[in-house]
Design a protein around this ligand. Structure first.
Ligand code: GAR
Length: 216
């Protein structure tokens, strides 16, 4: 059965676009029922409107507390009865209540090889540490920020002449491959969150998740 997806964004929405393209190409057996942004000017909302997907705005600045905002988001999101919530550049810290409500069915993408470099400025931090490789991770969301079980990881090499911008661009390209893949596998019931860990085809994945090979 086709899965119902709600995507949360705060910005450009290039990962949202990659997932929309994969749905159009029938790679993903799912449908984006709505896109929700906490920012009215997020470009991702334009992408949703163009594809005739409901583009919802809920401004966190109009709520008294994080709890009130998250409860309002839950109410709005649940109107669409989602099987999967996709955080695609949604730059808000979520309350434990929100995270628990969508346990096992909410993905985030983070621009680092988690558990390295949780938080911000990941590209700069990888460069400053002298790392030879960097990348991005799709993970299930838990109450720990950028800390949930890892689902899919993609790597890039760090070259001598890379700066934070060039590295960000390289990583972004890989994000656009691993996020549609993770959503595809979730929608096909291949990739599952279980209390023991993340399973792929009913087999436990290593803690670092499924490693995407460069040619894959
Ligand atoms: C992506 O690079 C994603 O990894 C990052 O925001 C960007 C959104 O880009 N997310 C985080 O840093 C979350 N901690 P997009 O709006 O073009 O998809």
């Amino acid at each position: 059965m086709s899965k119902r997806i709600v995507v949360l964004i705060s910005g450009s929405g290039s990962n949202l676009q990659a997932i929309m393209d994969a749905i159009d190409a029938s790679q993903i057996n799912g449908r984006i029922e709505a896109v929700l942004s906490n920012k009215a000017d997020a470009f991702g909302l334009e992408r949703a409107r163009k594809a005739n997907i409901p583009a919802l705005i809920l401004k966190h600045t109009e709520f008294e507390s994080r709890e009130a905002f998250d409860q309002a988001m839950i109410a709005k999101i649940d109107e669409y009865k989602p099987d999967l919530i996709v955080l695609a550049g949604f730059m808000r810290i979520l309350t434990p209540e929100f995270v628990r409500h969508y346990e096992g069915r909410m993905f985030n993408i983070h621009p680092s090889l988690l558990p390295k470099y949780k938080g911000l400025h990941t590209h700069q931090r990888a460069l400053e540490s002298g790392d030879l490789e960097h990348g991005c991770t799709v993970h299930f969301v838990t109450e720990e920020l950028d800390g949930g079980p890892l689902a899919v990881q993609g790597k890039v090499s760090i070259d001598m002449d890379d700066d934070a911008d060039s590295l960000q661009q390289k990583v972004h390209k890989v994000e656009h491959r691993i996020y549609p893949l993770a959503v595809e596998w979730f929608c096909a019931d291949k990739l599952q969150w279980t209390p023991e860990g993340v399973k792929f085809d009913n087999t436990l994945l290593p803690a670092s998740g499924y490693q995407l090979e460069s040619g894959e």
